[in-house]
Design a protein around this ligand. Structure first.
Ligand code: ZN
Length: 386
């Protein structure tokens, strides 16, 4: 957090400040949401994580929910990607049974629905569960069954491959994704695999290393969103697009090109290609990709006309929700509720879910935009005084 921006106005009383914060929180909570970038293994409820770890005989790093939250907070603010990622070893171990995977997928969907989501895409790397004796196909089936347990939220699954692993593993993940593309264990119209992603440590592992798998996915017509321009340069965003990505996880380093005449064309190309950036402000602060939410490049990228939207990445590790992201952006930056609604609209349009789910989400968002811009009924000031 940028302390200069976080300082309250000196003339405001603490009670007035609380009222402003409450109002922002209420307005953020009321906005419709579209979830495009949320890792299931970074989105467990704390109580569920503790319970599943104990069931699996794994000693948690903290005994109860509040000390677990403190442990997660300390990791999030350690300023180290390695420390931040430590949590995944715990969550993957906790989730490594079919029932736990289904439970987590269902709970994450329920939490998104409660936070105002009208459409959601969740992602995970299924191959990470193989060392625990789970077949990757069984992992995907369990996750899709879990998502189907939350019928109130149209949702789908993005299969991730880990970019620091050998390309042959990415090829296996790609084939897995294609086996479940358009095929739901819950029957026709149920949640299925809707996309493919490369996650994990970006720097030193450009997506070109996995060109064969990406070409296979592209040729099969399964949409791709690739993490790029988070820990590596703006050029990686365009590289991901060349390999077939229609959306980009993060992409915030693209902002480095905004004020560099020699690289400004990168921003123009992203706009012309219609690439959509899935921006995760709090996560970027926690992993060192941004200094603070107040100085986060999302505002500059948005004002430059790039299509983007706001996401949580790993709500468990960053102790956030989509509503919290909206609230902190309205408080710490010049972005308004209208900006956030317009971003959410772009997110729904960029979703990999089917046409009917996208159109339904767009109608929800358009209703919210219409309600926000409708003239308020005010007393007739010209009425004669009685
Ligand atoms: Zn991510």
């Amino acid at each position: 957090m940028d302390r200069a921006r976080a300082q309250p106005a000196p003339s405001r009383s603490p009670a007035a400040r609380n009222r402003v914060d409450d109002d922002l929180a209420r307005r953020a909570a009321a906005l419709p949401k579209v979830v495009l970038h949320e890792h299931l293994d970074g989105a467990l409820r704390i109580d569920t994580l503790l319970e599943l770890l104990r069931e699996r005989g794994v000693e948690p790093p903290a005994r109860d929910a509040s000390s677990m939250a403190a442990w997660l907070d300390a990791n999030a603010h350690a300023g180290s990607l390695e420390r931040f990622l430590e949590g995944f070893a715990l969550t993957v171990a906790a989730m490594a049974t079919s029932e736990a995977l289904a439970r987590v997928a269902c709970e994450v969907a329920e939490d998104a629905l409660a936070d105002g989501a009208v459409l959601a895409e969740f992602r995970i790397a299924p191959l990470l569960f193989e060392p625990f004796g789970l077949a990757a196909d069984a992992v995907v089936e369990a996750l899709l069954e879990g998502l189907a347990r939350c019928p109130g939220l149209p949702s789908g699954l993005i299969v991730c491959a880990m970019r620091h692993l050998p390309p042959a593993e990415t090829l296996r993940a790609a084939r897995l994704a294609l086996r479940f593309a358009g095929r739901s264990p819950a029957g026709p119209g149920g949640p299925c695999v809707i996309g493919f992603d490369l996650a994990g440590a970006e720097f030193g592992h450009p997506c070109g290393e996995h060109a064969e798998a990406l070409a296979l996915v592209r040729r099969a017509g399964l949409p791709m969103t690739l993490h790029a321009g988070e820990a590596d340069a703006a050029e990686r965003v365009l590289e991901a697009a060349r390999h077939g990505a229609r959306r980009i996880g993060h992409g915030v380093r693209l902002a480095d090109a905004l004020h560099d005449p020699a690289r400004r064309h990168l921003v123009d190309e992203v706009r012309e290609l219609g690439l959509h950036l899935e921006v995760c402000p709090t996560s970027n602060v926690h992993t060192g990709a941004a200094r603070s939410v107040a100085s986060h490049p999302i505002t500059a990228l948005w004002r430059s006309g790039v299509s983007l939207s706001v996401h949580t990445d790993n709500p468990l590790f960053s102790r956030t929700t989509t509503s919290s992201e909206a609230e902190v952006l309205m408080r710490e930056t010049t972005l308004t509720a209208s900006d956030l609604l317009a971003m959410t609209r772009q997110a729904a349009a960029a979703s990999f879910l089917g046409t009917s789910a996208r159109e339904r989400a767009l109608r929800h968002i358009d209703d919210a935009i219409a309600a926000a811009t409708a003239p308020r009924s005010t007393p007739n000031r010209t009425a004669p005084a009685r």
